[in-house]
Design a protein around this ligand. Sequence first.
Ligand SMILES: *Cc1c(COP(=O)(O)O)cnc(C)c1O
Length: 274
Amino acid sequence: MSEIGDGVDPQDAGRTAELAQRLSAVRRRILDAAAQREEDRSHGGELPSLVVVTKFFPAQDVLRLRELGVRAVGENRDQEAGPKAAEVTAVLAEREPPVSPPVWHFVGQLQSNKAKHVVRYAAWVHSVDRTSLVTALGRAVRNHREAVAAGDAEPGPCATEDLTCLLQVDLDPAATPESSRGGAHPDAVPELARAVAETEGLRLGGVMAVAPRDTDPREAFDRLWGISQELLLEHPEARAVSAGMSGDLEAAVAAGATHVRIGSDVLGPRPAVR
Ligand SMILES: *Cc1c(COP(=O)(O)O)cnc(C)c1O
């Protein structure tokens, strides 16, 4: 019936049905929120892209989501994402005709020494927050391309396309190292943006943030919008605004998000602590 359905355990059609139902509810929320956007936040009517964050859930669920039309998935830990991406890619490549794998978005905090792993599968990194990471990602992309050219590595997406980098911004003005949900200080954005733009192998895509705890997400995402508008003056191609998770999708879309990152409302609850 479906092009990739035979990669999915027939015992568990119930899981596919559950994902389909949750996914359609989330898509409905995106449509409704987008329909209510103010003109200046509506991106000419273009809908926000859905990135389904599949952390904690197995490759089988990614295959089910791909079957349900999901094109972009997000992960936040390389140890988990690397093997999962490899498994999904291998299963889809065996389809006749082969099915293109999803686009992998890396959304979690990233150590520079993991950059060389992430560029093997990710096309986007949403969490670029310091110049040392920019340097590491650029070097990793160029090394990956050399390895592919030498026949020593399977080509990932950035073998042919520059790695899209979003600058993660800390929207909590009172953040301490303990409370911070990650990201660079807003004042650091121009310098980081220039670093990405000047690095071979990288493409500056825009900005990303996680709303601070215990604050109005709309207010936080409005600040992100302001940061995006300033960035666009110098980098007119960097239009992405990655904001919004399961709990604050509507606020993010209203504030002009181009990408929402939704985990639990599509996949179901996951353990609270990892
Ligand atoms: C887990 C995660 C999400 C998705 O969160 P949900 O609340 O499950 O929708 C989005 N962004 C980042 C950076 C994440 O780590």
